[in-house]
Design a protein around this ligand. Structure first.
Ligand SMILES: [Zn+2]
Length: 147
């Protein structure tokens, strides 16, 4: 499964912002006070749909340096993809577009792209009791991960 398969061989637009979909989270620390990075990103997506794009691939790094910089929990990086998809389709009302979610995973020297199936991730998260992953978890990176 790759991005072309997932988007049904439609021409997809790899729109991105530094920090990926973390900028679309509510109260994202990546959106500086007085800035409208999230609204600008949504506006770019709306323009892309207006000009005919039918598929959008959201891609977050995993691990993500911006998440680390802002002490954002790694699961939130994945969760943010789902949140962004919901925001685009439901809150912002962008319809008629396939939104596929991916992680670009760095594992040592290895890089790969993995699709994150929306419903599978949500049910896995619920089963594991991760429904309320905090946006920030002080000391998480220092304690557990040397990313
Ligand atoms: Zn990143």
């Amino acid at each position: 499964m790759n991005m072309y398969d997932e988007t049904h061989r439609l021409c997809f637009l790899p729109l991105t912002r530094y920090g990926g979909t973390l900028v679309l989270d509510e109260d994202s620390p990546l959106v500086l006070p007085g800035h409208s990075t999230d609204k600008d990103f949504i506006n770019d997506i709306k323009k892309a749909v207006e000009t005919g794009y039918k598929a959008l691939c959201l891609i977050n790094h995993f691990p993500c340096a911006m998440a680390r910089k802002y002490n954002i929990h790694p699961l939130r990086v994945v969760d943010s993809l789902m949140h962004a998809k919901k925001r685009i389709k439901e809150k912002e009302g962008v319809s008629g577009i396939t939104v596929a979610c991916f992680l670009q995973i760095t594992d040592g020297e290895r890089r790969r792209i993995a699709r994150v199936p929306f419903s599978n991730f949500l049910s896995w998260r619920e089963k594991k009791g991760y429904q309320n992953v905090p946006l920030k978890e002080e000391g998480f990176y220092q304690q557990q991960i040397a990313w």
